[in-house]
Design a protein. Structure first.
Length: 302
């Protein structure tokens, strides 16, 4: 668990857009995984005179943990919550269970940076995070998406966070980014809400992929009073109940990409005629050079 350079950039972006770090709690004690010169360069966005020597002192003061960094962003006494006291977390609690009442609305910022995927009771853990945020405060989640099988119990879809961090639960997603972790230039993309396009925003790619989510608590609404449902099923169910007509499979699965489905049918017909050696080469490129469909993933700078 920890904050790398991309997580740190996202937290700086959150700070720049009004997120209060005054009363911050992290899930687990988060390490700070960044070189001093890179940390200094980033923190000069907050304090122009911040030097590499200042960054070295900050890293040494935290003994590898992130509390001094959070203090540099305005946290007065950053807290941490964990199941075990093995890393000296300030709050000991099993996130599989409901958090105690005194932690409800206690923090201006709750940060998960690599914990949720390791907790079996995900709905309860997410509810706990949401309940700990005070109105006007924020929940920031930096978590695993594609190509993390075996890392934890789960890897998450943007759909989950759009549906959970929604007005019915007293939340609004302010920003959701996705990026691949690989050697080379990191590209960040803003993720489109599947509900707004009327279908599934999917991704099939080759590299470990992270989601960066920031949501603001807009009201003290009962959380999960209505169970979240996947957005593309909702209109299908409503139409069925209104008119009694069953939906075909394409209507549920599709996102208006009829041309793509037609090309897949042509490929399936021609595939048996392609020599085995050429087929092996084509398999590497049949999904195209870029997995991020620009209809749903908008390039941004962080």
């Amino acid at each position: 668990m920890g904050l790398d350079i991309n997580a740190i950039k996202f937290l700086l972006d959150s700070k720049a857009t009004g997120t209060s770090f005054e009363h911050t709690v992290t899930l687990g004690r988060q390490g700070l995984f960044i070189e001093p010169n890179a940390l200094a360069e980033i923190l000069r966005r907050v304090s122009p005179r911040f030097t590499t020597a200042d960054a070295q002192a900050l890293l040494a003061r935290g003994d590898g943990f992130c509390e001094p960094f959070l203090e540099a962003l305005g946290a007065t006494a950053p807290a941490s919550l964990d199941l075990s006291p093995y890393q000296s977390a300030s709050i000991i609690h099993d996130m599989n269970e409901a958090v105690p009442q005194h932690l409800h609305a206690a923090f201006s910022l709750v940060i998960d940076s690599g914990t949720l995927e390791h907790i079996f009771n995900t709905p309860q853990a997410i509810m706990n995070c949401m309940q700990m945020v005070r109105p006007g405060g924020h929940f920031v989640c930096i978590t695993t998406a594609n190509n993390f099988m075996g890392h934890g119990f789960y890897q998450f879809s943007p759909e989950l966070f759009f549906r959970v961090l929604s007005p019915v639960n007293g939340y609004a997603v302010e920003r959701m980014l996705i990026y691949e972790e690989y050697w080379g230039d990191i590209r960040f993309f803003e993720v489109t809400d599947p509900e707004s396009v009327g279908g599934r925003v999917t991704l099939v790619n080759r590299y470990p992929t992270f989601l960066l989510v920031r949501a603001r608590r807009t009201a003290l609404q009962p959380i999960f009073a209505r169970v979240p449902q996947q957005s593309d099923y909702q209109p299908v169910w409503q139409d069925f109940h209104a008119g009694g007509r069953a939906a075909d499979a394409g209507r549920i699965q599709g996102i208006g990409n009829g041309a793509a489905r037609a090309s897949q049918r042509v490929w399936r017909a021609l595939r048996p005629l392609v020599p085995a050696g050429l087929k092996q080469q084509l398999r590497r490129y049949e999904r195209g050079p870029d997995a991020f469909d620009r209809r749903f993933y908008k390039p941004v700078t962080l």
